[in-house]
Design a protein around this ligand. Structure first.
Ligand code: SF4
Length: 523
């Protein structure tokens, strides 16, 4: 490797910055060696601040062609802002249609029609650039739908999965089938969902529904062929057509894998916002990862701050450990800048929750007083806990609290926390991942409860029953992700408090999964 006058190693042209951060050169070298030695999968576990994106982009540029997948559109934007040679491709709904009052996800071209204005179509222009580019960034949801069901993109030499601990959830969302009576009615199918008299009956219903969906899609096509396609009514029909076609694709995977015996499924039947709902979820997605995701890369690079338990992670995606190289990058953030204090204040198991919520509120009130002039974040774990705290914290703390009672209010609460000059406290059950509370945005944070996945979800319960390691891994992952929200650079600092009385024994049990940089911060 070339050296600089001061003796440090100089990065190659494919690396996007003039200097390496600690651990980057070694991680890159080991990844190159592993691929050269024939490994198909390289997993890099690198904490916040290690420069994962630069590692991903370097290896993507060194390949003849690559995809870089992220979990969120905002991270895609970050990639192309930081590395402008990457092409950006988002889902159709992000691009306006030029010939009808809609976006490209419900546009007349879906019915096979073209118009003169289509030559300048924002969606297809972006797609042409993205297909031709050497490195393209997409989000998981669009990638899975587009590569598996639409034309244009082909497999590439390198498939990069950023935030790879989310790949399993992305496959789960891609495969699950959600059917409501309201959706069926909107699509012109006046069908009642069957009563929950056992799983077999529900799968039989899915089997009988499939030809109905295809028949109705054919009818909608015929209706669209007669109309102008540019009216609001046509846009609605195009949405119906898209929905019908997506359901046909998903139910086909469901039935093939269920009757083929490759995947076990759970079915939930409940009353939701859209009336009666049937939800089919795969218990595991490992058998789906190769055909629907990995098949589009000759080699696969996976990066995350929270791999934590490589055997369980690899198993969750059906990867043979002998085909994978796992590389750890240490944290360069001083532990004294990010101390973790165990402050067991309340027992928050189902049996003790109501009794101990007042103790939790008292503990948080005390911490809020201690950090009177600083912004903070309280990870509540559930809406029930968040709602209790929002109502029962003392008035001198309550005025600082910004919270939300559903996923819809999440962004508004976060935006206000980030823009308000007051020492606000973000109280949330759903921001353990994907938010950046650097510097003054959070000088203290609280994890109220050990974030065990919800066992009322039949998929989670079935999964835990067959793989307890998976359940413990997902819990540990949520703790470490939440911890990572508030210290974002070597000079940043924030204090973390763990308040659930179960945290001390949880940490003891999960020593082998918790990264060294987490354990060294415990006080
Ligand atoms: S190709 Fe034409 S119809 Fe389709 S989204 Fe673009 S502008 Fe609209």
């Amino acid at each position: 490797m070339p050296g600089s006058p001061d003796g440090s190693v100089l990065p190659p042209a494919s690396f996007p910055f003039p200097r390496y951060r600690a651990g980057q050169a070694e991680a890159l070298e080991r990844a190159r060696e592993a691929f050269a030695a024939g490994k198909r999968f390289v997993v890099i576990e690198a904490p916040t601040g290690a420069g994962k994106s630069a590692i991903a982009v370097t290896l993507a540029r060194e390949a003849s062609s690559a995809f870089v997948l992220t979990n969120q559109k905002i991270l895609q934007d970050q990639y192309v802002t930081d590395f402008p040679d990457l092409a950006l491709m988002k889902g159709r709904a992000n691009y306006d249609c030029l010939v009808a009052p809609t976006h490209a996800a419900a546009a007349p071209c879906l019915a096979g029609k073209r118009f003169p204005a289509c030559d300048d179509c924002p969606y297809f222009t972006a797609k042409d650039v993205a297909v031709a580019a050497n490195v393209t960034t997409l989000n998981y949801a669009y990638f899975l739908a587009e590569l598996n069901y639409a034309g244009g993109f082909r497999g590439r030499e390198l498939l990069v999965l950023d935030e790879a601990h989310n790949a399993e959830a992305a496959l789960m969302s891609f495969a699950q089938v959600y059917l409501s009576e309201a959706q069926l009615l909107r699509a012109g199918l006046d069908l009642a969902l069957p009563p929950n008299l056992g799983e077999e009956l529900l799968f039989e219903f899915a089997e009988q529904l499939l030809p109905e969906l295809k028949r109705r899609a054919g009818e909608v096509d015929a209706e669209l062929a007669k109309g102008s396609l540019q009216s609001q009514a046509a846009v609605e029909q195009l949405r119906v057509k898209q929905w019908l076609e997506t359901q046909v694709e998903r139910i086909t995977i469901l039935l093939d894998s269920y009757y083929g015996g490759d995947v076990d499924w759970v079915v939930e039947r409940f009353r939701g916002r859209e009336g009666e709902v049937l939800l089919f979820k795969p218990v595991e997605v490992a058998p789906l990862a190769e055909p629907f995701l990995f098949a589009y890369g000759e080699r696969v690079l996976m990066l995350s701050a929270t791999i934590l338990d490589a055997p369980t992670f690899l198993r969750s995606l059906g990867i043979d450990p002998s085909e994978a190289e796992v590389i750890d990058v240490p944290s360069s953030f001083p532990p004294e800048n990010r101390p973790i204090y165990l402050r067991p204040a309340a027992r928050l198991t189902r049996h003790h929750l109501d009794r101990d919520l007042p103790k939790l509120a008292d503990a948080i009130a005390e911490l809020a007083a201690r950090h009177e002039h600083e912004k903070g974040v309280v990870h509540a774990h559930s809406y029930k806990i968040a709602s209790y705290l929002a109502r029962h914290l003392p008035a001198e703390v309550r005025w600082r609290v910004l919270t939300h009672d559903s996923a819809d209010g999440r962004d508004a609460a976060l935006t206000r926390h980030l823009t308000d000059d007051a020492p606000t406290i973000l109280l949330t059950p759903s921001m353990t991942e994907g938010i950046d509370l650097a510097d003054e945005r959070a000088r203290w944070q609280v994890l109220c409860k050990v974030p065990y996945p919800y066992l009322g979800d039949r998929q989670v319960a079935a999964r835990m029953e067959r793989d307890r390691d998976w359940y413990d891994w997902r819990t540990t992952l949520a703790v470490v992700q939440a911890y990572g929200r508030s210290v974002r650079s070597e000079t940043d600092h924030a204090v973390t408090y763990l308040l659930d009385a179960d945290f001390p024994s949880f940490i003891k049990r999960q020593q082998r999964r918790l990264p060294a940089w987490f354990l060294e911060a415990l006080r």
